[in-house]
Design a protein around this ligand. Structure first.
Ligand code: SF4
Length: 544
């Protein structure tokens, strides 16, 4: 448990000037009294202020305190945080700055965030993730999660970058390429518009530059084709003359060219007249923003959609401690990062034995890998089985995994078996067959086979054993009772959202990662502050 540090007070100390500015059990109080334990020097190895070379920069603990305070309320911009640090006594106290002294600028904060996003050279792990894990360890050591119930969930995080439709993506893509190319070559935008035969790149609005009836399919197709041709022409010219460009501009240009071509490839198709028109399908991993290229259309429910990223977390629903967190593009299924999240949480707290999750975490494969690799049991509803009324389901077939045999509802063992390759499962799956003679005379034929002819064929799931065990466990009332605690997982999500996790505050998924981890660390430190203040008041009462 962190120990409070002794501080010599001066007349310029914010705590001396305004003794009521620090309230026991709140984050600024924790930062003021325990900052030395919260921000260990090893975490900021390589920051300018600590190195031998280069000019002195702001100490890392001051900037770290400021970054955490930035998410103290519902989140604020870096500029607002820099302004608040100048004038707010409580902030100065938490950052260990005296009244009237200089405060870090917005630019310094931006540089420090970049430093935190980078990987630590010794561990290869992003520094913000190391900091979050350090905070979780402090909380666990202080007994914040004394009787934990671990659960997992996800929540949308709206992208910071502008989300466009196909016409705007193409138009804005070509326009930004032209602006950068004009800057590199010293040409004017008017000259660029003539050279690329795209007068609309100097218009205020891409759609406004075309005086057409947008509801007219033919006119709309002509505009989309013109934009696509201009995009392909622009990319071709830039790639041809790339040798003339310096490294910094080259990287940006190549990236933007790749994104523009991706829009052409994903969103367009050729019609019978040879024009490129908007396709009637939606590509699987469709790009929705040029400034936030990792953002994706996501779906919270069947009817609720969002644009941006998804925050995934594992936490204790009793105390509110967030043990691990990650950010993915909005279209990533919840069970994809789940194993990584569980592994991180388990590494920090080896006593985790069960994790509650919704149906998204109920897949047999995730159950299997979590149990095998991490010794974790997932309590989640198993995937639903869709069966027509009056028909038998695969659950009615009894599988003997030891004997590698299956008995059908009529009590007949399979007459033959073999394996088949499944592209979806990327595995060879066992297949069991019943002979035509057996099935054609069977009294259960109508329920089992319906209108189908021939003998019955049953393909087992690659994790059939896990799936059946999950269904059996789910039918147990004790499991249902334990699962009720999962609804409190909303508390974990709500505290992140309350401190600004709903909207990304900067471009890119790396910035979203940093934001998510800082908010989670802030929430965890809030719990630690309350715990330490409680212990302190108990000690004072006992001494009295
Ligand atoms: S139809 Fe065939 S597989 Fe189905 S219950 Fe009858 S014998 Fe068994």
């Amino acid at each position: 448990m962190p120990q409070a540090s002794f501080r010599q007070r001066s007349f310029l100390s914010p705590e001396f000037a305004d003794p009521a500015c620090l309230v026991d059990g709140e984050l600024p109080w924790l930062l003021f009294h325990f900052g030395h334990a919260l921000f260990p020097a090893w975490l900021f190895d390589g920051w300018n202020g600590l190195g031998r070379r280069g000019r002195n920069a702001w100490p890392a603990h001051v900037l770290m305190a400021m970054l955490l305070l930035r998410w103290e309320e519902e989140g604020m911009s870096r500029r607002a945080a820099a302004r608040r640090a100048k004038h707010h006594t409580q902030w100065r106290a938490a950052m260990s700055l005296q009244i009237g002294s200089d405060t870090p600028s917005e630019r310094t904060l931006r540089r420090f965030e970049k430093f935190l996003r980078a990987r630590d050279p010794k561990t290869g792990v992003p520094r913000h993730l190391l900091f979050h894990e350090h905070v979780v360890r402090l909380c666990l050591d202080a007994g914040v999660a004394s009787k934990p119930i671990w659960a997992t969930d996800s929540t949308p995080m709206w992208a910071y970058g502008a989300v466009f439709d196909t016409v705007e993506l193409l138009g804005d893509g070509v326009r930004t390429l032209a602006m950068r190319w004009a800057k590199i070559t010293g040409a004017s935008m008017a000259a660029m518009s003539r050279r690329w035969n795209a007068a609309w790149i100097i218009a205020k609005s891409i759609k406004g530059a075309f005086s057409i009836e947008w509801s007219d399919e033919n006119e709309r197709a002509n505009v989309v084709d013109a934009l696509a041709q201009a995009a392909v022409h622009a990319v071709r010219e830039i790639r041809r003359r790339l040798d003339e460009v310096d490294t910094e501009h080259r990287q940006w240009l190549l990236q933007r060219c790749a994104h523009v071509l991706r829009v052409v490839e994903n969103d367009l198709e050729t019609d019978k007249n040879g024009r490129l028109i908007i396709a009637e399908r939606v590509a699987k991993d469709r790009l929705i923003s040029l400034t936030d290229p990792m953002a994706r259309h996501g779906r919270k429910t069947q009817s609720k959609t969002f644009d941006g990223f998804k925050l995934h977390l594992v936490g204790d629903v009793v105390s509110g401690l967030i043990a691990s967190l990650t950010v993915t593009p909005g279209n990533v299924h919840d069970n994809v990062p789940a194993h990584r999240l569980f592994a991180r949480a388990k590494r920090l707290h080896t006593a985790i034995a069960e994790i509650l999750g919704d149906t998204a975490y109920g897949s047999a494969e995730l159950r299997h890998t979590s149990r095998k690799d991490l010794g974790l049991k997932i309590i989640a509803p198993p995937p639903p089985v869709s069966v027509d009324e009056g028909r038998l389901s695969r659950a009615d077939f009894k599988v003997d995994f030891e004997a590698n045999d299956v008995t059908c509802p009529a009590g007949h063992q399979a007459t033959s078996s073999y394996t088949t390759w499944s592209t979806a499962a990327q595995a060879h799956l066992p297949v069991f067959k019943w002979s035509v003679e057996l099935c054609s005379t069977c009294p259960l034929r109508a329920q089992c086979r319906g209108e189908q002819k021939g003998g019955h064929r049953l393909i087992l799931h690659s994790f059939e054993k896990e799936l059946r065990a999950a269904r059996e466990t789910w039918a147990d009332p004790a499991t249902r009772q334990a699962y009720r605690a999962r609804s409190q997982c909303e508390r974990l999500v709500n505290q992140l959202v309350r401190h600004g996790a709903r909207n990304a505050r900067a471009w890119g998924i790396q910035a979203a990662h940093l934001q998510g981890h800082l908010i989670a660390a802030r929430c965890n430190l809030g719990l630690l502050a309350r715990r330490l203040a409680q212990e302190r008041s108990q000690t004072i009462r006992a001494a009295a």
